[in-house]
Design a protein around this ligand. Structure first.
Ligand SMILES: [Zn+2]
Length: 163
C-alpha cells in the first residue's frame, strides 16, 4: 500500500485484486458533489436489489451525458443464468431514455468490488471510446462515509472488444 501524498487520513493507493494497476481510494465525503450524489443514489437503490439466492445486493447509478442519474440493481432468478447485474440494468435504463454516453458511474456493494467482466464490456460500449470514464466502487458497509475506490474503464478493461 502506498500512502497518497495529499491526504494521509482520507486517501490511499492500493493495488486492486488481479490487477497490476493502482486504485485510488477516498472516503465518500471527499468526492465532488456530483459524484457524491451519484454514489448516494447507488447506495440507496441497492436496497431494492432482488438477490434472494446469493444475498449479494448491488446497486448502480450511472450519470449519463444528459446529466441525469439512471439506476439499476441486480435481479436474480431461480434459473441462475438469467440473473442480471446492476450495472447492465442501469445502463439499459439510460439507453431507454435515449442517452448513449456514460459520464461516470457508481456501484455500491459490500466489500466494494469491481464490475464483472461482462459489465466492463457494457460500460465500455457506452463510454463511446473514452477510456477515462470513471467507475466509482463503494464499499457499502452501512457507513454514511464509506470508502470509495475509483478506476477508469480503460484500467478495468484494457483490451476491450470492439467491432
Ligand atoms: Zn456484471
Amino acid at each position: 500500500m502506498m500512502v497518497c501524498a495529499f491526504s494521509f487520513a482520507q486517501c490511499f493507493i492500493d493495488g486492486p485484486p488481479n490487477s497490476g494497476g493502482a486504485m485510488l481510494k477516498t472516503q465518500l465525503h471527499t468526492q465532488e458533489p456530483g459524484v457524491r450524489q451519484c454514489c448516494i443514489r447507488a447506495m440507496d437503490i441497492r436496497r431494492r436489489a432482488y438477490a434472494p439466492y446469493s444475498k449479494f445486493s448491488v446497486g448502480c447509478a450511472v450519470r449519463g451525458a444528459d446529466g441525469e442519474i439512471h439506476v439499476g440493481v441486480n435481479v436474480e432468478n431461480a434459473a441462475y443464468p438469467l440473473c442480471r447485474c446492476a450495472e447492465g440494468n442501469a445502463v439499459s435504463g439510460m439507453v431507454a431514455q435515449g442517452v448513449l454516453q456514460i459520464e461516470y458511474l457508481a456501484i455500491a456493494l459490500k466489500g466494494g468490488g469491481s464490475p464483472c467482466g461482462g459489465c466492463r464490456q457494457i460500460i465500455w460500449e457506452f463510454s463511446q471510446g473514452d477510456k477515462d470514464v470513471k467507475v466509482y466502487m463503494i464499499d457499502d458497509n452501512g457507513s454514511e462515509n464509506p470508502w470509495v475506490s475509483v478506476m477508469t474503464i480503460g484500467e478495468l478493461l484494457p483490451e476491450a472488444f470492439d467491432l
